[in-house]
Design a protein around this ligand. Structure first.
Ligand code: FAD
Ligand code: NAI
Length: 466
């Protein structure tokens, strides 16, 4: 019987990063993966394919709409969707191979099959009707998440799709109806809208992107509407009739009232994700779940069963790849007897649309609700020189600082490259820095990041360019 120091179940960003860190710390490690390829949701049907399509569709749109004003004259771009899907697949393959390489480099055994926990120190791995049992000192559950489904609406991944189907449509839908104005709806809605689809987003709440700062979300909605998105807020899809050539979706006001019917070629259901624990045998093994089906852990990622830990989408917290990765590193260090730690106050979130939206720390709504006295500094990209010359002036930077100590509590950005810009705020917040620290840090000119410095100056009411 094979024996290990650590067996990690699942090879998404949480699992494979955990395995690498554990190997670096001298452990003999195996990963168990039921999927044909390594990398989990993120590499195969999540972060990476969506970013490839976002990039390619943005280039398509730029060529059609932005080149001419810069004096770059091209004939009207034509869409070759199979080639675009091939570009996406090459990106997936490259990253998946990268994970395979990391497993080899770190001498991590890859066991293909479905992992089941038999008890402390025992995992069964089943594939093709055969099962083997492996022994290990520790087990990390990193089995991720699955799509949330709408009762009565069957996802066929052709016409009624989840994000997985929406990443592989074989033609541009004439009309795309999106259920849920969260991250997936707005990112994948952007892809298909840029390629020519009419997009209508139905959202249960009265705002888009719940959880993001309200002021940022409001401006983002306006920008998306200007791009051509239509929103139906405070509404829910209760049924989709797929018997005819076009789909007929029944939409009801969230607060109750008369229903209406909307026609669409494709319906994308993206109303969140749920933890994935199927086939793990958790109940029998004695691993407790919380009331939302997530594996319950203590502050050191330990589950209710000795020697079994859990990280990533399958536990509480934001369902983000970088959160899973950081937990993977932390739990490996804890198992090795070190002081692994994740600072949940400084986990950035990014929506990779045009413009991008990024955020770290508290929103204005959260500070109000917690009764924290705060000051706000804002700076629009219309007043940022680099954005002006590039004619990409949508959006602004917003900094929230503690009114007494000036410590930065939250930074929210809407604008081109906001996803790259947020990290100076993360570093500052990780060190407990103040708006004054940011305002006195020299920023290269001309960069979009100068808008962050100006927003920090605006906290003290002394922005220069406004
Ligand atoms: P996963 O990546 O879900 O990996 C879990 C792995 O476990 C899978 O490979 C699965 O096959 C395997 N597994 C499950 N059960 C078993 C078992 N019993 N035995 C063996 N193997 C098993 N996050 C970001 O931060 N940025 C983004 O841009 C982003 N974009 C996204 C876009 C889309 C369309 C989607 C759907 C998600 C996106 N996410 C993004 C979220 C991100 O993909 C997840 O947060 C991340 O993948 C979670 O990592 P994980 O390791 O916890 O689990
Ligand atoms: P989400 O939680 O971001 O958004 C779901 C939206 O659907 C919410 O606005 C919610 O109010 C709405 N909703 C729920 N039920 C509804 C109903 N019946 N009718 C209408 N609207 C309804 O979830 P999403 O977009 O599915 O993404 C899942 C997760 O994947 C994200 O939360 C995120 O963690 C991760 N992800 C991250 C990305 C990134 O970091 N860029 C990109 C894509 C996904």
């Amino acid at each position: 019987m094979a024996t290990y120091d650590l067996v990690v179940i699942g090879t998404g960003p949480g699992g494979y990063v955990c395995a690498v860190r554990a190997a670096q710390l001298g452990m003999k490690v195996a990963v168990v993966e039921k999927n044909a390829t390594l990398g989990g949701t993120c590499l195969n049907v999540g972060c990476m394919p969506s970013k490839a399509l976002l990039h390619a569709s943005e280039m398509f749109e730029e060529a059609g709409h932005s080149f001419a004003k810069m004096g770059v004259s091209v004939s009207s771009p034509k869409l070759d969707l199979p080639a675009m899907m091939n570009f996406k697949q090459q990106g997936i393959d490259g990253n998946v191979k990268g994970v395979e390489f990391l497993m080899k480099k770190n001498k991590i055994d890859v066991l293909k099959g479905t992992g089941k926990i038999l008890g402390t120190g025992k995992v069964a791995v089943s594939a093709d009707g055969k099962s083997q049992t492996i022994e290990t000192k520790s087990i990390v559950i990193a089995t991720g998440s699955d799509i949330a489904r709408l009762k009565g609406i069957e996802i066929d991944e052709k016409r009624i799709v989840s994000s997985t189907g929406a990443l592989s449509l074989d033609k541009v839908p004439g009309k795309l109806l999106i259920v849920g104005a969260g991250v997936i709806g707005l990112e994948l809605g952007s892809v298909w809208h840029r390629l020519g689809a009419e997009v209508v987003v139905v959202e249960f709440l009265d705002r888009i992107l719940p959880g993001m700062d309200g002021e940022i979300a409001k401006q983002f909605q306006r920008i998306l509407e200007k791009q051509g998105f239509a929103f139906k807020l405070g509404a829910k899809v209760t049924a989709v009739d797929s018997s005819g050539k076009t789909l007929k979706a029944t939409i009801e006001p969230a607060a109750g009232g008369a229903a209406e019917t909307l026609e669409a070629d494709v319906v994308l259901v993206c109303i969140g994700r749920v933890p994935y624990t199927d086939a793990l045998g958790l109940k029998e093994a004695g691993v407790a779940l919380d009331n939302r089906g997530r594996v319950q852990i203590d502050p050191h990622f330990a589950t209710s069963l000795k020697g079994v830990y859990a990280i990533g989408d399958v536990v509480a917290g934001p369902m983000l790849a970088h959160k899973a990765e950081d937990e993977g590193v932390a739990v490996a260090e804890i198992i090795a007897g070190q002081a692994g730690h994740v600072n949940y106050d400084v986990i950035p979130g990014v929506v990779y649309t045009t413009p991008e939206v990024s955020s770290v720390g508290k929103t204005e709504e959260e500070l109000k609700q917690a009764g924290v006295a705060y000051t706000v500094g804002k700076f629009p990209f219309t007043a940022n020189g680099r954005s002006k010359v590039n004619q990409t002036t949508d959006g602004f930077v917003k900094i929230l600082a503690d009114a007494k100590t000036d410590r930065v509590l939250g930074v929210h950005i809407i604008g081109r490259e906001a996803g790259e810009m947020i990290h100076e705020a993360c570093v500052l917040m990780e060190f407990g820095g103040s708006a004054e620290d940011l305002a006195r840090t020299c920023h290269a000119h001309p960069t979009r990041s100068e808008a962050i410095k100006e927003a920090a100056l605006a906290v003290g009411k002394r922005a220069i360019h406004m």
